[in-house]
Design a protein around this ligand. Structure first.
Ligand SMILES: [Fe+2]
Length: 230
């Protein structure tokens, strides 16, 4: 993706979040130069990959296959192993009409996906087979505390206020319907480097072509600009 495209998506998503009275934390608006001056006190943000996360999943067509995410909080693997501390994560996402997040599951993470306003969120579901294929078995899901049974590959529609719990190894694919959707994610500790199994191979973090200066850093930019003590 070009940096100019990433910057435009950031501006646009930030305006959409504000329209919906959803505000990002202060570090969202730190500039590249601010990051260069930060020390060890901000390590939690970097180590846990909090912040702006924009991906076209390698499609080169963000509007059709892509996702805007901002990770607001996240725990660590050590927390998980110890069974205490920050065992949870939260993201905010923006999903466009017909903008697909490809079919995937998480080996470890259980996540609730929440429609926080705007249009409807469509979600297609499959169970995974032992060898990570698509099972033809019925899918049983909890939606706001109510169990529903769907045929393999069935689609549920989340209206504003509705949510769904996705257990580990449950394939899901989603997209917006009627109008852009503000989507929340509340989950167990999140590791996007190791815990995404896409049914068809995709790129999770895009290569950025630097055609202008970054508006704000993406989580995958921290390595180049944050050098505590350096
Ligand atoms: Fe997911």
């Amino acid at each position: 993706m070009k940096r100019s495209e990433v910057n435009a998506i950031m501006r646009d998503a930030d305006a959409f979040l504000r329209e919906h009275k959803f505000r990002l934390p202060p570090f969202a608006y730190w500039k590249t130069g601010d990051w260069g001056a930060k020390g060890g006190e901000v390590r939690e943000i970097v180590d846990r990959q909090l912040g702006w996360d924009i991906t076209d999943f390698g499609s080169s067509d963000f509007e059709r296959v892509g996702l805007f995410l901002f990770t607001l909080r996240n725990g660590t693997l050590e927390n998980l192993r110890a069974g205490r501390g920050k065992l949870y994560a939260e993201k905010i996402m923006v999903v466009g009409v017909g903008q697909v997040t490809p079919l995937h599951f998480h080996w470890d993470k259980t996540e609730d996906i929440i429609n926080r306003g705007g249009g409807k969120l469509a979600m297609q579901l499959y169970n995974a087979t032992e060898d990570e294929g698509l099972a033809d078995t019925d899918v049983v899901v909890s939606m706001d505390g109510v169990l529903r049974t769907l045929e393999a590959g069935g689609t549920v529609m989340l209206n504003p206020g509705e949510s769904i719990t996705l257990p580990p190894c449950g394939y899901h694919k989603f997209w917006g319907v009627e109008s852009r959707v503000l989507v929340g994610e509340v989950s167990m500790v999140n590791n996007d480097n190791t815990d995404n199994r896409f049914y068809e191979p995709v790129g999770r973090f895009p290569q950025i072509e630097e055609d202008e200066a970054p508006l704000y850093l993406l989580v995958n930019d921290y390595g180049r600009h944050y050098r505590p003590g350096g």
